[in-house]
Design a protein around this ligand. Sequence first.
Ligand code: DX5
Ligand code: ZN
Length: 228
Amino acid sequence: MIDDELDMEVRLKKIAPSILSADFSRLDKEVRAVERAGADLIHVDVMDGHFVPNITIGPLVVMGLRKLTSLPLDVHLMIEEPQRYIEAFAQAGASWITIHVEVCRALSQMVKKIRMLRVRPGVVLNPATPLKKLYSILDEIDLVLLMSVNPGFGGQAFIPEVLKKVEQLRKTIDQNGYEVEIEVDGGIKLENIGEVSKAGGDIFVLGTGIFKTPNYKETIRKLRKEIL
Ligand code: DX5
Ligand code: ZN
């Protein structure tokens, strides 16, 4: 395979650094550094202190990020009432918005609203939430985010049982011809990204697995080799 083809193949799988583990005193440099290092997306973890115990980022920071990078902003809403904030995050410059099924009753309505705001909609499942919760919505969304840790904090260990879930979802998507990407988030590192990819993941979120390594470019280069 020639290099260009190889590059295109590899690019179908995406690496999404989670800025939760970046140094916030120099967030601009951190974001630019992962962009230069070859990241495909910037993953933004929004936490409200209710749905998860931690508090992180709001629309103001997303607005700042939008000015720093041309990469798509993948906004992961770990908040209790996402319907109240979708518009603000869309206006701030989110490219993708993912919402947790655990907090969302009118899922289809929310997904439509996100799309109307010209943002790509996705749905997130906690490790213990069964896949059947999203079967009715699979033909309406662009991506499913499967959590491989319990949401709330960076730096937790990958829950290996989630690999089966990734495999099962891959099968369902392929058998039905849905155009949905599978994103996996939590505890992904150079040591296990290959397995997650083989199970059927398309997009890999890494916080500590990138930002706590000394050379982002080198790390992303090695990660890409694992997901060929
Ligand atoms: C967890 C967040 C993750 C987290 C990943 O609630 O959704 O995106 O930042 O961090 P690592 O890769 O360190 O597990
Ligand atoms: Zn996340």
